[in-house]
Structures are given as C-alpha cells and as structure tokens.
Design a protein around this ligand. Sequence first.
Ligand SMILES: Cc1cc2nc3c(=O)[nH]c(=O)nc-3n(C[C@H](O)[C@H](O)[C@H](O)COP(=O)(O)OP(=O)(O)OC[C@H]3O[C@@H](n4cnc5c(N)ncnc54)[C@H](O)[C@@H]3O)c2cc1C
Length: 360
Amino acid sequence: MTNTDFLIIGGGPAGLMAALSASEFGLEPLIIDENQSIGGQLIKQTHMFFGSKAERAGTRGFEIGLELEQEIGKRNISIERQASAVGYYPDGTLAVQQNEKVTPLKPKAILVATGASENFVSFSGSDLPGVYGAGAVQTLMNVYGIKPGHSVLMVGSGNIGLIVSYQLMQAGVEVKAVIEGLPKIGGYLVHASKIARAGVPILTRHTILNAFGEEQVSGAVISKIDDKWQTIEGTQQTLEVDTICLAVGLSPLTELLWQAGCQMNYIPELGGQVAWHDDLMMTTAPGIFTAGDVSGIEEASTAMLEGELAGLGAVKFLRGGSKELQCRIDDTTCRLAGLRAGPFGQKAREGKCKLAECRR
Ligand SMILES: Cc1cc2nc3c(=O)[nH]c(=O)nc-3n(C[C@H](O)[C@H](O)[C@H](O)COP(=O)(O)OP(=O)(O)OC[C@H]3O[C@@H](n4cnc5c(N)ncnc54)[C@H](O)[C@@H]3O)c2cc1C
C-alpha cells in the first residue's frame, strides 16, 4: 500500500466522487474500502434513483456504481479493496488493515466517507435467527442472490423499508405487512403505492411486541399503539412469518472522526452524532474531511455532491485556491443546495443549518 497526500476512507458514492473531483485538479488520491467491490450501498441497489438528472436520476444504483468505477479507472486514482481503516492516532497516523497486515499511513489530508450502520430495535425474540436489518436483506438478495425466507414482516416504512419490501416481492417472497410506529408513512408515496397496490397492508401506529419460534422465527405479534407509543389492548395480531426485517433508520459511522478529535454534535435531523464541517466539508481537525451519510443521513445524490466538495476542499487545503477551483466549488455548492431545496430536503437542510451554528 503506497502512501498518498489524500486518503479517502470508503468507496461509496461520496468517496468515489471526492476522488474524481480531486484528481481533476492534479491530486492522486488513494481510496480504501473494507469490501471486495467498491460502490458502497450502490452495489445492492437495483432500483432506479430519484432526484436530479445531473446526479444520475433514472439510473439504477448499481449501474451508477459501475459508471463511477469506470471513470475512476481512467484517472490517477488508486484503490485498495478489503482494506479497513482501524484507528487514527494523535500524530496523524492512520492504521489500515488488509489481509491481516496493518500498515501505518500518514496522509496530509483524509476524507472520512464511511457511510452509516443500521439501527436495531430490541424486543422479546429479537435475537432469534430470521431477524435481519433491511440492508442485510438487500445484500443477501441483490448481491448474493439468496432469499432470506418465504414470508416477511417489515418494521419501518421509510424509503429503505418500502424499497426492500418491493424487492422482496420481486424475488417471490410474501410481505405480510409493513408496520410503522409513526402516524404516517415515512418514505416517498411512489414507493408506498407500489406495494400497497400489490395488496400489502401498511399499518401506521403499529409496533412489534415480540417474535417467537423454536430454532428460528416462526411468527411475530404486532399491536396498535397510541400517540404515547403505548400498546392498545385488544389490538394484538399474530402474523406467521419466518423473517422479520428491521428498517428503523441509520446512524453515521463516526468512530474515526471521534478518534481524530473532531468537534462532534448531536443533530437528530442528520441521524445522530456528526462532525462539524465547513462549506468545503473540512472538520475542526485541519485536513480531515467528512462527506456522505457519515456527515448526515441523506441520499446517494447528496453524498456524491458532498464528496465532490470534499475532494475540491482537499485540493484547496493541499495546493491553495485558484479561480478555476473556486468556479468548480461554486457550481457544486449550487447543485447541492438545489437538491436540498424541495420539501424532501427540508430535514437535511434544517440539520445542516443547526450544525453550522454549533461551531465552538
Ligand atoms: C435500500 C436503500 C435504498 C436507497 N435508495 C436511494 C435512492 O433511490 N436515491 C438515493 O439518492 N439514495 C438512496 N439510498 C441512500 C444511499 O445509498 C446512501 O445515502 C449512500 O450510499 C451514502 O453514500 P456514502 O458514500 O456516504 O456511504 P456508503 O455508500 O455506505 O459507502 C461507505 C463505504 O465505506 C466503507 N467503510 C466503512 N467504514 C470503513 C473503514 N473503517 N475502512 C474502510 N472502508 C470503510 C463501507 O464498507 C462502504 O463501502 C438508499 C439506501 C438504501 C439502504
């Protein structure tokens, strides 16, 4: 593994776009990713993306990943696969583990683009085989071609719950119900309509009470809840399912940013603890950048633009500014603001404003 001035941790949409924008201005970044394939979440997303045409809306997620990988292949960008950043030390050394060997790297600039991890809810029986995170189910089906089971209860009606439900149905798995604790469906109506039209009930103000089964899940008990999240007696239902899929949100994967001593702030609109960053995605630790889901749970389209900005920020940090660089920064900033302008961007917009005000 060769040393580099600009190291990018995570080869998802944010990391890949950062590498492309930085290489446009002469940097030769190194991307490391713990997986065999690069693309991050994109590799398992078989549905067409929403958003703006300029950010590849209308293209399937995994195809966006392949397109970015091809563009990367034409540039002076190195990739190390199955390489995990396992620790950041106060002298600026990053430990990278690959094939059981740990290599110390000391880049001048680092982008942490590690994405997010799935949230979990615990209930009686939640440790039985057959209880999965929705992202894990998507990986099993769309990357490895394995069905998780025959009949599923989906917990959570955000976009991930709705999209994975639809993909389960496409794979021939029966989705018995999608349940949601909040009074309304969390994801886009277009995704909800597709599964509702196929006869899947989407039950708002419902929660899971317990899962049961001998060696693995054979059923689940669900119930209506009131506005204080208390179960309403007499509304319990038993569903015969062999799989329970949890789509209850994501949390930014921020361990490396904590280790680097970045100022962290709890911003619920962005999914939890995130690092404060400036307009070019630089944290309070000079030369340490953040972009994508790790800087706030949003979408691949915004992750790509944040990554692009972080790559340009690294150029400015390492090489100084120029008129051409500033034009490119202004253009990307404007496209990112455009993506967040509508009602679907409101939460992220508010979260980013709150974060900007937190600088100590
Ligand atoms: C079911 C589903 C449907 C979605 N649909 C859409 C959609 O229609 N449109 C849209 O715009 N977005 C969609 N998204 C969201 C989108 O996939 C994410 O917002 C986006 O992938 C975030 O990009 P990222 O680069 O920040 O992180 P990721 O894509 O998660 O990439 C991070 C990468 O970093 C690697 N990594 C983490 N830690 C380390 C480490 N320590 N060392 C080395 N590597 C590490 C990870 O393995 C991963 O490969 C969807 C997400 C899901 C789950």
